[in-house]
Ligand binder design. Structure first.
Ligand SMILES: [Zn+2]
Length: 229
């Protein structure tokens, strides 16, 4: 029997599926095949005028929007995002980014943007968590689409949880001035792909869009890991 180092590592330190905790087979990564097949894909990338795009009507002017997965409370996607956000499993972001990047690349209707911009974390939160959970997601999409991933376009001024505000009017009041574009002149005429982890109320993305709209002739598309129906 000819065992490689990789085989030995697998025998002594088997990895576990982040969703069901079963031991992964040698060729499985992060998620087992069974859980992967059960992931609730939205198909939004290939669907014009999808539910997510319609949710921005009357709020922000966008080109296209997509999310890879549906987010349900206590579901497998919530588990995935939790592991990514709070347990240091940044490889989950890379895995989802690669998947969504391939979808966008093969889509006949989703125009390839010029650059990818993440929703920023407040400096205080970044320090606490040590990483922005959408960075690896953005980098993977950027590699597949061959466009730059640019952090620092948007700056977060206020330390707050926007998604806890229930009413549209409250949300508008409370999300005003949370974000700021660092150098308005630098992105004239660009098509920006704004990325985030989960779209719940859309308040955070709406606030970012409204700030980005201050750039002349800007076009904005949106991509998230998951979407809450
Ligand atoms: Zn599994």
């Amino acid at each position: 029997m000819d065992l490689s180092i990789k085989d030995l590592v697998h025998i002594f330190f088997p990895e576990r599926c982040v969703i069901c905790d079963k031991q992964l087979l040698k060729d499985e990564k992060i998620i087992c095949v069974v859980c992967r097949h059960e992931l609730p894909l939205t198909g939004f990338t290939h669907e014009p005028d999808n539910e997510m795009e319609r949710s921005f009507t009357g709020r922000s002017k966008i080109q296209s929007a997509t999310a890879l997965l549906y987010f349900y409370k206590k579901g497998s996607v919530q588990k995935l995002i939790h592991e990514l956000k709070y347990r240091g499993h940044q490889e989950i972001g890379a895995f989802l980014g690669k998947w969504l990047g391939e979808e966008i690349k093969s889509s006949k209707r989703f125009e390839i943007p010029d650059m990818i911009v993440p929703v920023p974390l407040h400096q205080k939160k970044l320090k606490k968590r040590t990483y922005n959970q959408v960075s690896e997601f953005g980098k993977s999409i950027s590699e597949i689409l061959n466009i730059p991933f640019v952090e620092g376009v948007l700056k977060r001024n206020i330390y707050t949880e926007t998604q806890t505000y229930k009413h549209r009017t409250d949300r508008f009041q409370n999300t005003r001035n949370i974000f700021e574009v660092n150098n308005l002149g630098a992105y004239h005429g660009k098509h920006i792909l704004l990325i985030d982890d989960v779209l719940t109320t859309g308040a955070t993305l709406e606030a970012c869009c409204n700030e980005l709209q201050k750039i002349t002739e800007i076009k904005i598309s949106i991509a998230t890991m998951a979407y809450t129906p």
